[in-house]
Design a protein around this ligand. Structure first.
Ligand code: PMP
Length: 388
């Protein structure tokens, strides 16, 4: 294959070579980390180390880091903890989440709602940011927990999580944040946010797939969520996946070390692409926020009027450029993105949206290449389209 430019880093990232070689180093460390012999203890030491790296990355306590299979499991778990409390008769029996959460939360909430639980979705404004007044109006002494993500996977919009956490706490509710897309791109501190729970996934920041974390702050409600052995303080049973956990630890270490440089690089590439597209292509809408402070640095979501997102994606793929229409999780359905619709974008423009997401291994040459290939593609699709 010729040139291949990967601009789908919000979907997943390529593992960092340092993570791969670190994992290779421990390939033969097959000990069960729960065993008391030396092989087991060696395996456990690596897991303790990785837990410490994750705690540092999110500025939390090591004791609150629970390894899971990824953010989907972590998000689901928070809902099920509170579902149990509601089942046990808690007077706080309502759940509130933003309407632009990842499907790992939205679908869990819808599932609970179908089964009779009280769930409210908090609306967002035109930039995809939580409408804090409407959110505040949804609070009450019957709310058990609230979930608002740090940064959105599709639009890249950063949410006012600190304010949202304060509002949730002042009505006595716990606060969960899904930081999956923010980790490694912007600093994330559970202390600063005031988050009681946080979710993340290793493969979104150059680590392995199938490994993630649920963070729970000291003394928040917690209960066993995978039943079995006594791993993870008896909360999440199952023999440890040593290598994946070490890889996650290494990815966390690198993310923290590189955060400032990467933030700057990702922002520069995103901005060069945004300006280049606006200069070269008419009838374009940049989705998400105009305020740089509210944008994940590597995410650019653009709607091209009169051009279907799927066609653009396929033509770009033929040129060796990988992008996404909405979120990777929406692939397979041609439904317009609920995230963009929630921000008030009309259906046709939501259909014409493309998400470019940059990562550690992209360069400015990648931006130049996209700016060379994209304008004639949009032109061709618009000419073929019957809708214009
Ligand atoms: N939350 C967000 C914001 C995400 O972007 C994703 C992955 N697209 C997830 C949760 C789920 O992560 P995973 O598929 O690794 O479980």
């Amino acid at each position: 294959m010729g040139r291949y430019i990967y601009l789908d880093n919000n979907g997943t990232t390529e593992m960092d070579a340092e993570v791969i070689s670190f994992m290779h180093q421990y390939e033969s460390l097959y000990g069960n980390a729960s065993s008391m012999h030396s092989l087991g203890r060696n395996a456990a030491a690596g897991i303790d180390w990785a837990r410490g790296e994750v705690a540092k990355l999110i500025d939390g306590d090591e004791s609150g880091v629970y390894f899971t299979s990824g953010a989907t499991e972590s998000n689901n778990t928070v809902f099920s903890i509170f579902r149990d409390l509601i089942d046990d008769g808690s007077s706080r029996n309502r759940i509130v989440l933003s309407s632009v959460e990842h499907p790992a939360s939205i679908e869990t909430a819808k599932y609970l709602r179908k089964r009779g639980y009280n769930v409210d979705f908090a609306p967002v404004d035109h930039s995809g940011r939580l409408d804090l007044d409407k959110y505040k109006a949804l609070m009450g002494d019957d709310v058990c927990f609230v979930s608002v993500m740090v940064g959105n996977n599709e639009s890249g919009t950063i949410q006012p999580v600190k304010e949202a956490a304060e509002i949730a706490h002042s009505s006595g509710a716990y606060f969960h944040t899904d930081a999956t897309q923010a980790i490694g791109k912007i600093p994330v501190s559970v202390r600063e946010i005031g988050a009681d729970y946080l979710s993340l996934s290793g493969h979104k920041f150059y680590g392995p797939k199938g490994i993630g974390v649920l963070y729970a702050a000291p003394s928040v409600p917690m209960r066993p969520f995978i039943h079995g052995g006594h791993q993870e303080n008896g909360m999440r049973a199952g023999t440890y996946n040593n290598q994946a956990i070490y890889g996650l630890g290494k990815a966390a270490e690198l993310a923290l070390k590189n955060i400032e440089y990467e933030h700057t690089m990702l922002w520069q590439m995103r901005e060069a692409l945004r300006k280049g597209i606006l200069d070269r292509i008419p009838d374009v809408i940049v989705n998400g926020s105009d305020n740089p402070e509210y944008c994940l640095p590597g995410t650019l979501n653009v709607s091209f009027a009169g051009a279907e997102g799927e066609s653009i994606l396929l033509y770009l793929d033929l040129e060796g450029i990988a992008v996404s229409t909405g979120s990777a999780c929406a692939t397979g359905s041609l439904e317009p993105s609920y995230v963009l619709l929630a921000a008030g974008l009309d259906t046709e423009l939501a259909h014409g949206s493309i998400r470019f997401s940059f990562g550690r291994f992209n360069t400015m040459e990648d931006v130049d290449y996209v700016l060379e290939k994209l304008p004639p593609i949009i032109d061709r699709i618009r000419k073929m389209s019957t809708r214009r």
